[in-house]
Design a protein around this ligand. Structure first.
Ligand SMILES: Cc1cc2nc3c(=O)[nH]c(=O)nc-3n(C[C@H](O)[C@H](O)[C@H](O)COP(=O)(O)O)c2cc1C
Length: 333
């Protein structure tokens, strides 16, 4: 699975050969354009956008429009759609492709209530016939490669990831990501990788393993255990958009290096500026608080200082706060 050079072989999704095999997970409310651009610039092999709901009446909401916005600097542009109606998903995929998306992912992995209430996301895993209809409809609707993201099954007693993977391959899906938990497990317990390795041996398309991978050693051991073509990083990248790139370099044999205080502050300021520009001042300031809190925790700032940041209500004050952080007083992790 590792090449003689120590890295993973190149993952190809349709015509796209990824720069490396470490992918940023789609995360609603997190992997917006500012975050994706940073993760991409800092070395992630592929960055997926937040899921967009396929329902046509939700297509023109501000949220949907923001989530569908692409940045030409990020190539290939990978988006994710969620829904349960094959025609809606096919139409949504087509619209994304018309807007410039180069890879369309289908979300059958998200346990979020809002998605599952509409019997979408991982709720679909229970209905294999519907999964087939959706995949066939979407693959047929677009010329760009379609990928699929699933969990290992609906619940621990009904792990049907292998069946779903075979359906996906037969339907023309180009790559598959498997999160090593069932839908019922939500985010509890630890991800298990045995089912992922069974999926890997059952299909010929690239399989990406996801769940609880947060450093190079874990990525290496999970790839060794599963034979997966790549890894996908989710929550560990919160407040650490450099992590997928760092893991990719580690898998390729580089000695892992922690970013120092000054490097982190530079990235935080770039992220802050990008959020202010993307969302506008009022929303940008609020959305920035969520991300900055994770970065500041990573710098081991105490809760009181973080609360101070959260009270700042304009972009200049937020930038100044970061600019005035001091590596000796505000000790880095
Ligand atoms: C805040 C949040 C939002 C998420 N949104 C999505 C989503 O939009 N689409 C999706 O397929 N998975 C979504 N997920 C699941 C992640 O992509 C990933 O599968 C999961 O977090 C497990 O990986 P991790 O252990 O590396 O975090 C989300 C997870 C989190 C924590």
């Amino acid at each position: 699975m590792f090449t003689a050079m120590g890295g993973l072989p190149v993952v190809a999704i349709g015509p796209y050969k990824l720069a490396n095999s470490v992918l940023l997970a789609p995360m609603a409310g997190i992997t917006d354009l500012p975050f994706r651009h940073l993760a991409w610039r800092l070395g992630a092999g592929l960055v997926y956008g937040e899921m967009t709901v396929a329902r046509p009446d939700l297509w023109h909401t501000r949220k949907s429009i923001e989530r569908r916005t692409l940045d030409r600097r990020i190539q290939p542009a990978a988006v994710q759609i969620a829904g349960a109606e094959p025609k809606w998903l096919a139409d949504a995929a087509q619209r994304h492709a018309d807007d410039g998306a180069q890879i369309i992912d289908i979300n059958m992995g998200c346990p979020a209530k809002k998605v599952c209430d509409k019997a979408a996301g991982s709720a679909l895993l229970r209905d294999e016939g519907l999964v087939r209809s959706i995949l066939e409809a979407v693959v047929k609707a677009v010329d760009v490669p379609v990928t699929l993201k699933i969990r290992t099954g609906w619940c621990p007693n009904t792990k049907n990831a292998v069946t779903i993977a075979r359906i996906a391959e037969a339907s023309g899906v180009s790559a598959l990501t498997v999160h090593g938990r069932t839908r019922a497990c939500r985010f509890k317990g630890c991800a298990e990788y045995q089912t992922v390795s069974e999926v890997v041996t059952s299909v010929a398309i690239p399989v990406i393993v996801n769940g609880d991978i947060g450093d190079v050693d874990k990525a290496k051991s999970v790839v060794e255990r599963t034979g997966a073509a790549g890894v996908m990083i989710g929550r560990s990248a919160l407040g650490a958009p450099w992590l997928p790139g760092q893991i990719a370099r580690g898998l390729a044999g580089a000695v892992p290096r922690e970013l120092d205080f000054a490097e982190r502050i530079l990235i935080m300021r770039e992220h802050l500026d990008a959020m202010h520009r993307f969302y506008g001042v009022e929303r940008g300031v609020k959305i920035a608080r969520k991300h900055m809190q994770w970065y500041l925790q990573g710098l081991q700032l105490d809760a009181q200082r973080i609360r101070l940041f959260n009270r700042l209500d304009n972009p200049e004050l937020q930038q100044r706060f970061l600019g005035e952080l001091n590596p000796t007083l505000d000790k880095a992790a």
